[in-house]
Write a protein that binds this ligand. Sequence first.
Ligand code: NAD
Length: 359
Amino acid sequence: MRVLFGSGRLAHLPDEVDRLGLRRVLVLCTPGRRELGQRAAELLGDAAIGVFDGARMHVPVDVAEAGVAEARRLDADGCVAIGGGSTIGLAKAIARDTGLPSVCVPTTYSGSEMTPVWGLTEDGDKRTGRDPVVLPRSVVYDPELTVGLAAHTSAASGVNALAHAVEALYAPDVSPVIALLAEEAARSLASALPAVVRAPADVTGRALALRGAWLAGACLGATTMSLHHKLCHVLGGLLDLPHAETHTVVLPHVAAFNLEAAPRAAAALRRALGADDPARALYELNRMLELPSSLAELGVARADLSAAADAVLARPYINPRQADRDAVLGLLQNAWAGTVPNAAAEPLPAVAAISTRSI
Ligand code: NAD
């Protein structure tokens, strides 16, 4: 798709809508970002026929239905999604039902705008699929729109993007070009995120992080994700955990386990992160960004880990290293306790000591 990138690029949104021949777009946003949705609508002038501010995390089916109904009621010929993965997810749900094209203006690091993957949640169960019709026609990245994203949310969203890059590097369908994008995504994000957390209003750091998120999203869209995404999907669905924080906690542990069996990915990450032990570097990055480093901190009870391991193993998934139940459980126990990641995925003795930490 077309991509515009740079400070102040939001001003070009009307041109992007016009290029697609759209005359009646519905602007989508979350309730908290109504003002931004309104700003986009004002920029679009007569080409915007309404603002729908009902976007919610993980696209609940009722939200998708309300969005589709509003687009039909207003006889919209397209959507403009301005916001994070939740808002872009709503544009995708509307496109899937109606075929309406979208222009996306991402304001977080989710990377969803670069993928043909849609997601819908019903009764706590998240369904996902791929459909080219949901891929945005044009994406406008404007780092200035991200300066208001809180430091913690930025860091968690950014490490979530890093997870896309890590798993792309050892994906069964990674190509040489996607491997380059993934390595560069990891490099950009790992160097930008500490700067973003130190100075959230600095557009230079924001631009580098957004560039990393763009690259990571492109990798996510082009490859099949492995154990890490499977684990996070299961944990999120089973225990209703925060999406990005779950990724940040789990990533170093899966990286330690999988990189043993993926030497090229390990070498790429050593270069990108400037560290001999990429899993350890990811663990340290979390600490530097003051992100949660254990599932216990997210409110998970140790007793829940066994059910999570069973759910992971219940459905087949792709992974560079075979993970039996002991390995998955060991990995989860380490992630729960927040210990230093280890490739054997054996729970470290420290688990017993740390398990007394309050939840
Ligand atoms: P989000 O879109 O829910 O945004 C989090 C919160 O931050 C919201 O309240 C939002 O209004 C607010 N916000 C967004 N941008 C802001 C800004 N610049 N300043 C201040 N506040 C801002 O969260 P997210 O992490 O962007 O997206 C997560 C969702 O995206 C999940 O549902 C995930 O499954 C999905 N996702 C999908 C794909 C895909 O390819 N389909 C890829 C990644 C993530």
